[in-house]
Design a protein around this ligand. Structure first.
Ligand SMILES: [Zn+2]
Length: 142
């Protein structure tokens, strides 16, 4: 069943419950000659909802545009990156590549972003890490 049909059914069912309550509360308070018309069937017939119209289609939030930061504007701290982290020996550069470089922008003209300004738990990207936690993820480059 289409979702709009379900809405219509629910609305009509709610209306019917409301009509029952109204009849219950007001049937003795209306003139006698009108009471015959004051029935659930009549109220349903008069007020029945047959369709709903959407004013606008539901909109999905726009995907967040990722800002690309130039390398010279980028924090130089090493981050763990993926799990497991990248860890290999690059024969071309003749050095070990551990983890990834932080992608946040540098702050206050320094080398690091706000998060790494005072603390670089994995050291500087391009230098050896200050610990050996990356060693166990080391893979051999072919
Ligand atoms: Zn950073």
């Amino acid at each position: 069943m289409p979702i709009d049909d379900i809405f219509v059914q629910l609305l009509n069912s709610d209306m019917e419950n409301m009509f029952k309550q109204i009849i219950e509360d007001y049937k003795d308070k209306i003139p006698k000659e009108k009471q015959k018309e004051f029935t659930l069937e009549n109220l349903n017939r008069i007020f029945k909802i047959s369709e709903i119209k959407r004013i606008t289609d539901p909109q999905l939030p726009k995907p967040h545009e990722k800002k690309v930061i130039e390398d010279c504007q980028r924090c130089i701290a090493r981050i763990w990156g993926s799990t497991p982290p990248i860890a290999y020996y690059c024969h071309q550069k003749k050095k070990y590549i551990y983890g990834e470089r932080c992608s946040r922008p540098r702050k206050d003209g320094g080398d690091y972003c706000g998060l790494h300004k005072n603390r670089q738990p994995h050291g500087r990207y391009g230098e050896l890490p200050p610990h050996e936690h990356f060693e166990k993820y080391l893979v051999t480059e072919n």
